[in-house]
Ligand binder design. Structure first.
Ligand code: HEC
Length: 163
């Protein structure tokens, strides 16, 4: 048992800690946070599209399980605490593209809370209704979720890329 083994173990531990630190730092980078929030919204939109096609436009056959899975995915994102992705430094950062979050989103805390809570409520209700498998009821609740998405966008999302 030489001192060199101990030294090597200590060195390995130091490297492991440093690597973990670097990973955490990367996750905190504004560019990363903006990418994650843009991805989250895009993923919700993809799932909304499936529900719309099967219950509103009827361009795809209604599949209860697919719709329920899509609604659960939307509710899961709604419940995931996306507010953490709006950390300081992300106001003007570029993720997949320049952020479209308006400055008010970072100042009007009460206003954001209101639209976010309204959205959460409707998204969770959609998951509940979708589990029931009644296409007409799902269509109606889908409409409410869509309005809640829009309720936030109208106030806090730029229509075009910010310059
Ligand atoms: C609490 C506010 C809020 C709610 C609720 C919300 N969004 Fe958004 N959405 C935003 C903001 C802010 C952005 C811009 C994010 C950025 O670019 O940093 C955005 C961006 C998007 C984008 C563009 C993503 C990209 O690649 O830039 C899509 C698509 C989208 N939202 C769809 C939805 C859908 C669908 C819902 C409802 C199921 C929804 N959003 C609910 C605030 C919200």
């Amino acid at each position: 048992m030489g001192a060199s083994i101990v030294k090597r173990k200590v060195l390995a531990a130091i490297i492991a800690v440093t690597a973990a630190g670097a990973a955490i730092a990367a996750e905190m980078k504004p560019e990363y946070l903006v990418k994650v929030r843009q991805s989250g919204y895009t993923f919700m939109a993809w799932n909304m599209g499936k529900i719309k096609a099967q219950t509103v436009e009827n361009t795809a056959p209604f599949n209860k399980d697919e719709v329920a899975a899509a609604a659960n995915a939307i509710a899961a994102i709604a419940n995931s605490g996306m507010g953490a992705l709006y950390a300081p430094g992300t106001e003007k950062a570029t993720g997949w593209h320049e952020t479209k979050a308006l400055p008010e989103l970072f100042t009007d805390k009460e206003g954001v809370k209101k639209v976010a809570m309204a959205f959460n409520k409707e998204a969770n209700e959609l998951a509940k209704v979708a589990a029931g498998g009644d296409a007409a009821a799902i269509k109606a609740q889908y409409g409410k979720v869509g309005e809640a998405c829009k309720g936030c966008h109208d106030k806090f999302k730029a229509k075009e890329e910010k310059k």
